[in-house]
Structure formats: structure tokens, C-alpha cells
Design a protein around this ligand. Structure first.
Ligand code: HSE
Length: 434
């Protein structure tokens, strides 16, 4: 049986789907801040129903047991719920629950990047038809206010590129590898011990989480329809201590970057991969589990947003901001429209350009450099710097190219693998800010 709140005209009753880290922190914030929020915004927020997996589990936040249910549909359908917060994640049943809530005229606030990066357009259409908000600040870069900035403050800005560290787990691991010389597996285990990385870390370390966020960022920044499947994606599990050491020696740090670009003729390119970032670039100083997003626009030039991209309270803070907006709009009978998403051409990774670091373990004898540079020349890849590290059995050639096309660099790598003098390609990193 649901709790029966004392409702006034200004009260907006909230149903929460999911009471994990973010859900519990959000409820705590509402409980603590309700008076201040009411005084500032004129709406009184009240939690009335909460869908949980296990009703008898002990939780950090104090909840009236009558509010709890295992049935998420009961929350969405409850006449004592005006607005729904979805923090269960995943595509189903979240999609169906959100559609149902919107169809009933209940605004929805979600932190679900996977859902929006796959079926966002469908849900935005449902929200527009229903005339209620579907807000999602918390889906990208946790507590950092980015989506609202892109949607509102920068809505007239011709944004050309967004570059970001949008995954805290991988940034923590790369920071440990850079600053303590830790191996990838040691750094990952430490991240799991501290609760930054999940027991199954695949979504974070293989870049899937960042790719979903990149798709959302590109959609909003360029008004283009971009889904997770459009994002080229490489994670950090292949980054070695040797890659990090070379980067360091050359004045770079290795970061997992999400990059969304639009060309002058309107082609969109979105990718996630490890990259060498020049020490002097502002993103190079973003350490540990912090996130930062660098936005470049024709008029505004460069902007950077920095903060905690994960964690219960930072993410709940973003959810709460959206809830207040949606509650105010609900009381006004208004809603924020997301606008239309154009079907712009998505450029494949092959067509993108960058500078590259290429590492090759080679035989240490006369003519090897000549053979290797001949490959670069045949594919039109121009070399900026070349050097040899180690000698004899440990000889390694390290090149940094001028700006080159990905397809041409990949063709070089394929040809290197056919050369007897190249024992293995020991690193490929795109270079940013070189
Ligand atoms: N797992 C993500 C991170 C946070 O490590 O940044 C949620 O998207």
C-alpha cells in the first residue's frame, strides 16, 4: 500500500525506480533539501513510491516501508506519483516503464545512458507527443552540468568538437598506471577494491560506457541522430606500461577520450579510444576518477567542464536539478523540447584524421629504418619524429606522424606485420594537442 502524502497545489509526488547508489542518494537529497527547494522554486518535492529489487534490504536512506514495492509498474501507474525518476539502468524494462510514464503525462528524469544512446529518439518523440519532460543530465558525466549547457547556454553556438574524459573508472586506472607505474591488471584490481570498477569491468574498460555517453553528447551538440552503434570504440585493456612510459617521456599522458566532431560539410565523427594528450592540454591534468569535457565552438572558442562523473551523490545532484525543472514545468503545463535530430552522415573511423604514435619492436640492424619508413611513404603517411629505444633484442622504433588518415595508418600496420624485420607492432595511439 502506497504512502498517502499531504498534497498541496505545489507538491510534486515522485516515484523512484531503483534504489541503488544513485536512487538512495537522490532520496536523501530530496529529504534534506525539500524546504530549501520549495522556498526557491515554489515546488514541494515528495517521494511517494520506490521500486526496489529487495524490499527487506537495509539501506542507508530512511524509507517508509509502505513506499517500497518490487513492482516498478505499480510505481509508474500509481495515481500518487506525478513524476518518475528512473535509475535502474539497462534498456528493458526501463524503456517500457519510461514510455508508459510519459504516456500517462508523467515527466521522467533518467540517468540511463545506455537507453538514451540506443532508443533516445523514440523516447523523446513520446515525451514531445505527451507534452511532458524527459530529462537526462545525469546520463553523461555524472554530476557535471553538461547536457543543460549544450541544450540551453550553447544552443546558438556552432559547436565543432567535444572532447572528453567521460569514464571515471578508466581515468582512475590510467592515472595509477601513469603515476605509480602500475600494470593494467594491478590498477584494475585496485579500482575494483575501491569500488570504482565493477566486478565485471567490461563496460568501463572496453569503452562501452564512454561510447554511449559520446553518442548522447554528439546528438545534443550537433542536433544529429547518433546512436551507440555509430561510435567507433576501443577501450584501455590493450594499453601497456610501455605505451604510458613512451607517452610520458615525450611529454604526453594517455587518456581514454570520447571525441565527437562535425566537419564543415556536416559529417559527424564520434569515437572513443585511448589517446596521448599533450601535458599542456587542460585534459591532461584530469586525474583519478574525475571527468572533464572540453567543448569547442566557433564563437565561444573553448570551454571546459570538470567534476565527478560517477558516484551516488554527484549523479543524484544532476538528477535532482532535472527533477526540479521537470516539476516546475509540470506545474506550468510546459515542457522542454529536445528539438529534432537531423540524419547527418556519420563518417567511419577510416576517414578520420589524427597524429599517431606507432611503436614497432624490430630487428636491430642496418636497413630496418629504411624498410619501415618506406612503408609509411608508400601509404602517404608523413613522419614528424622517429627514434630508437633499446638495442639488440630490445630494439624498438617509435614514430609520431603528422596528421594522417586512419585508413592509411592501418594500411601501414598491416604491411608492417608482413615485414621480417618487424617483430610486432607494439603500440598505436592517436595524439591529441601535439
Ligand atoms: N562507470 C562510470 C564511470 C560511471 O566509471 O565513469 C557511470 O557512467
Amino acid at each position: 500500500m502506497a504512502a498517502q502524502p499531504t498534497t498541496t497545489q505545489s507538491t510534486v509526488r515522485i516515484g523512484v525506480l531503483g534504489c541503488g547508489n544513485v536512487g538512495a542518494a537522490f532520496i536523501q537529497l530530496v529529504n534534506d533539501q525539500a524546504d530549501v527547494i520549495e522556498a526557491r522554486s515554489g515546488v514541494r518535492l515528495e517521494i511517494t513510491r520506490v521500486a526496489v529489487r529487495n524490499v527487506s534490504r537495509d539501506r542507508e536512506v530512511k524509507l517508509d516501508p509502505n513506499m517500497l514495492t518490487r513492482d516498478a509498474h505499480a510505481v509508474v501507474d500509481d495515481p500518487n506519483v506525478d513524476l518518475v525518476v528512473e535509475v535502474i539502468g539497462g534498456i528493458e524494462p526501463a524503456r517500457e516503464l519510461i514510455s508508459t510514464a510519459l504516456g500517462k503525462g508523467k515527466p521522467v528524469v533518467t540517468a540511463n545512458k545506455e537507453l538514451l544512446a540506443n532508443v533516445g529518439t523514440e523516447l523523446f518523440a513520446v515525451s514531445d507527443t505527451a507534452g511532458v519532460d524527459l530529462l537526462f543530465e545525469a546520463a553523461v558525466a555524472g554530476g557535471i552540468p553538461l547536457i543543460r549547457v549544450l541544450r540551453e547556454s550553447l544552443r546558438g553556438e556552432p559547436i565543432t568538437r567535444v572532447l572528453g574524459i567521460v569514464n571515471g573508472t578508466t581515468n582512475y586506472i590510467l592515472t595509477k598506471m601513469t603515476e605509480e607505474g602500475a600494470d593494467y591488471t594491478v590498477a584494475l584490481t585496485e579500482a575494483q577494491r575501491l569500488g570504482f570498477a565493477e566486478r565485471d569491468p567490461t563496460a568501463d574498460v572496453e569503452g562501452l560506457d564512454a561510447a554511449a555517453k559520446a553518442a548522447i553528447i554528439a546528438s545534443i551538440a550537433f542536433g544529429a541522430r547518433v546512436v551507440a552503434g555509430d561510435v567507433y570504440n576501443e577501450g584501455i585493456s590493450g594499453v601497456t606500461g610501455a605505451d604510458i612510459a613512451i607517452a610520458k617521456r615525450l611529454g604526453y599522458v594517455v587518456k581514454l577520450l570520447a571525441i565527437a566532431e562535425i566537419s564543415a560539410d556536416g559529417e559527424v565523427a564520434v569515437r572513443v579510444h585511448p589517446a596521448m594528450v599533450k601535458n599542456t592540454h587542460p585534459l591532461a591534468s584530469v586525474r583519478d576518477s574525475f571527468n572533464a569535457v572540453f567543448v569547442e565552438g566557433k564563437a565561444v572558442d573553448s570551454l571546459m567542464f570538470y567534476g565527478r562523473g560517477a558516484g551516488g551523490f554527484p549523479t543524484a545532484s544532476a538528477v535532482l536539478g532535472d527533477v526540479i525543472d521537470a516539476a516546475i514545468n509540470l506545474r506550468k503545463g510546459a515542457h522542454a523540447t529536445i528539438g529534432t535530430f537531423a540524419r547527418l552522415p556519420i563518417s567511419p573511423i577510416d576517414q578520420t584524421t589524427s597524429e599517431y604514435l606507432v611503436g614497432l619492436d624490430v630487428a636491430d640492424r642496418s636497413g630496418v629504418l629504411h624498410a619501415v619508413t618506406g612503408v609509411f611513404a608508400r601509404h602517404g603517411v608523413s613522419i614528424r619524429t622517429a627514434e630508437q629505444e633499446g638495442m639488440g633484442e630490445n630494439a624498438r622504433l617509435v614514430f609520431i606522424t603528422h596528421t594522417a588518415r586512419e585508413a592509411d595508418v592501418q594500411a601501414c600496420l598491416r604491411e608492417f606485420r608482413t615485414l621480417d624485420v618487424v617483430k610486432r607492432t607494439s603500440g598505436l595511439l592517436r595524439v591529441i594537442g601535439g
